[in-house]
Design a protein around this ligand. Sequence first.
Ligand SMILES: Cc1cc2nc3c(=O)[nH]c(=O)nc-3n(C[C@H](O)[C@H](O)[C@H](O)COP(=O)(O)O)c2cc1C
Length: 157
Amino acid sequence: MKILVACYSRTGTTKEVGEAIAKELGADFDEIVDLKKRTGLPPIRFLIAGKDATRKRKTNIKFERAAAGYDLIVIGTPVWAGNITPAVRTYLGAQRLDGKKVAFFCTYSIGHEKVFDEMKALVPKSVVVGTLGIPAKEVKAGDYLKRAKEFAESLKK
Ligand SMILES: Cc1cc2nc3c(=O)[nH]c(=O)nc-3n(C[C@H](O)[C@H](O)[C@H](O)COP(=O)(O)O)c2cc1C
């Protein structure tokens, strides 16, 4: 089974989890890049980022690998204002995921209640085979690896 792990990550937390999952799966890894500047001047950019997520805005992104060549695509996002990020919203529409197996993961500070439902709704013709939410503090402490490995194992079945 050929697997792609792709994620957006503003400050590296989601990327760290994505790379660990990819390593565990022997998968290719791709970073989704948001071409809108999201770093620097934190307070104002933080507010704009949250507003873009709440309003379910898309953005301009770039990524390297087309989903077409893969059997399973594992997609990760940070939670922004309770939502998925604009970059991942755009990615889910830009890739051809109909009929593909997909799995989702996210990192967050407080909670991720709606996030996977929202991702599922954006790819109604995909088969969702797993989801994993990891708190950012677990990533910082290095405590996420066991759950990331279990998640990867469950996807291999
Ligand atoms: C604009 C913005 C909004 C956020 N909103 C939430 C939120 O509503 N709930 C939550 O649990 N975490 C929220 N967070 C925290 C991030 O989801 C968390 O720090 C995540 O691990 C960051 O991932 P990254 O390092 O890959 O960018 C927010 C972060 C940013 C930058």
